[in-house]
Design a protein around this ligand. Structure first.
Ligand code: CP
Length: 321
């Protein structure tokens, strides 16, 4: 079967195929008739064990725009709260005929387990697992970068400089973006307090800096990450005021960026912590545009996987942490 577990599994050609398909679908779906008949008769299950606004809603919108039937499953209010296992939940969904399962889970590696277990026969799409990966977020971010900054050779992001700032330690968005953007030829720099940089980061295809002001003037895009207080050991974390002073993006810092440079944020935002309200609401911030782009990107992923495309070959890597 065909799955999307990890951005690290995607080749450059896979990624460009998804992004080009997303552009095509965005054009088609932008006409007065928004629905395409492509996935009529297929069933997409949204299996969410962790909270989500953007990802869950945009997968639902993407599947519906392709005319698929959508089943939304949220662990809250389900028999998971009575102790039902991932296996028995998956077998229940399989019995209802899922062609694709979009899974968000607090455990790194849960989508990989689902894809390799044999419990379900359909495609598995990782919608965010623990601190591991969030591959469709990286794809929609790459889509946004291509639209705003133009493409490099053969549709990639060759030569673009992307700076990712903040809570790298807990960020599946950062990990997926480092892999995908570097595969697409971008130069990625991570900026974070030393306590929020993962062990092993020096094996990642990126640079690491502790000085945000030094990298802003050469960045084509600056991606601010949410500080994940719910995953945080208090000992790791500077005070909120100290964090905002050293690693937050405010108007003064934004003025150090080149005029064409974008401010990105995957959402949800902590306004006043990693980003000030005036920057979040400025014309240069693409946070809302990223959400719009997420629908066509996820349409492309569902369209390609359910159409039988192999993205990255074998099911994804197991979680690395
Ligand atoms: N960016 C993102 O994954 O947002 P949600 O948690 O709201 O889905």
């Amino acid at each position: 079967e065909r799955h999307l577990i990890s951005a690290a599994d995607l080749t450059r050609d896979d990624a460009v195929l998804v992004l080009d398909t997303a552009e095509e679908l965005a054009r088609l779906a932008d006409r007065p008739i928004k629905k395409l008949p492509t996935l009529r008769g297929r069933t997409v299950v949204n299996l969410f064990f962790e909270d989500s606004t953007r990802t869950r809603i945009s997968f639902e919108a993407a599947a519906k725009r392709l005319s698929a039937d959508v089943i939304n499953f949220s662990a809250k209010g389900s028999s998971v709260s009575k102790g039902e296992s991932l296996k028995d939940t998956a077998l229940t969904l399989e019995a209802m005929g899922a062609d694709a399962v979009v899974i968000r889970h607090h455990d790194s590696g849960a989508p990989h387990r689902l894809a390799t277990s044999g419990w379900i026969g359909g495609s598995v799409v990782n919608a965010g697992d623990g601190t591991h990966e969030h591959p469709t977020q990286a794809l929609l971010d790459a889509f946004t970068l291509r639209r705003r900054l133009g493409t490099g050779r053969g549709g990639d992001l060759g030569g673009r400089r992307v700076t990712i700032v903040g809570d790298i330690l807990h960020s599946r968005v950062a990990r997926s973006n480092v892999h995908l953007l570097s595969t697409l030829g971008a130069e990625v720099t991570l900026v974070a307090p030393p306590t929020l940089v993962p062990v092993g980061v020096h094996a990642w295809p990126c640079e690491v800096s502790y000085d945000l002001d030094a990298v802003l003037p050469t960045s084509d895009a600056v991606m601010m990450l949410r500080v994940q207080r719910e995953r945080m050991n208090a000992a790791y974390f500077p005070t909120e005021r100290e964090y905002a002073r050293r690693y937050g993006l405010d108007g003064g810092r934004m003025a150090r960026m080149p005029e064409h440079a974008l401010v990105m944020h995957p959402g949800p935002m902590n306004r006043g912590m990693e980003i000030t309200a005036d920057v979040a609401d400025s014309d240069r911030c693409t946070a809302v545009e990223q959400v719009t782009n997420g629908v066509s990107t996820r349409m492309a992923v569902l369209y390609l996987l359910l159409g039988g495309a192999a993205l990255g070959g074998a099911p994804g890597h197991a979680a690395e942490n």
